[in-house]
Design a protein around this ligand. Structure first.
Ligand code: FE
Length: 211
């Protein structure tokens, strides 16, 4: 393979995954305009930047999952890890949401939430609190950690994968996730997402895979 072909192969290593629904499917909680920018500009930029950064590094032939898992134990490479983390987190985030409407966890998943949080309501309050307490940019998560469901938050591009936790659901609390629709009202955005957009089936499938 010549140098030019090699560069092109590497450049297409990481791809922007398709959005799992139409860009207006999350309205009225998240507008089409927010999704256009968030998915079409921000998420795409993380993937494109990662593809520019990895050639010639130890990560040139690594999958996105592998790069992200190495984040916590490999010094340096901050730009690669930030863009890889954000690429991974956003792909997971879009799947954590579903088109707006009433939805409840299955009886089995509800049982897990009740066992580990006390009630569905307590879980929702805990997730909203994690999303609100995260200072500046970051993420709120439902994870499986030590055999229990837990709510955690991470800063910037950090992800539960690097802390030995299995992500089940994610909420993006970077301003770009809500600013066009909610300005500075992160709490209102987060509450609406939790009430109307969480993809319980995705969370349950992630839990089954992790078990
Ligand atoms: Fe984002």
């Amino acid at each position: 393979m010549n140098k030019q072909m090699e560069r092109e192969t590497l450049a297409s290593l990481h791809t922007l995954p398709a959005l799992p629904y139409a860009q207006d499917a999350l309205e009225p909680v998240i507008s089409r305009r927010t999704v256009e920018f968030h998915y079409g500009k921000h998420h795409r930029a993380y993937v494109d930047t990662l593809n520019k950064l990895v050639p010639g590094t130890p990560f040139a032939h690594e999958s996105l999952d592998n790069i992200v898992r190495r984040m916590a134990r490999t010094p340096g490479h901050n730009a690669i890890f930030s863009n890889a983390g954000q690429a991974w987190n956003h792909a997971f985030y879009w799947k954590s949401l579903r088109p707006a409407g009433a939805a409840r966890p299955s009886a089995v998943f509800l049982g897990r939430l009740e066992a580990d949080f006390g009630s569905l309501e307590a879980f929702k309050l805990g997730l909203a609190a994690a999303a609100t307490v995260q200072f500046g940019s970051g993420w709120a998560w439902l994870v499986l950690a030590g055999g229990k469901l837990k709510v955690v938050h991470t800063s910037n591009a950090d992800t539960p994968l690097t802390h030995g936790q299995r992500p089940l659901l994610a909420i993006d609390v970077w301003e770009h996730a809500y600013y066009l629709d909610y300005q500075n009202r992160r709490q209102d955005h987060v509450r609406a997402v939790i009430e109307r957009l969480l993809n319980w089936e995705f969370a349950e499938a992630n839990l089954e895979r992790a078990a």
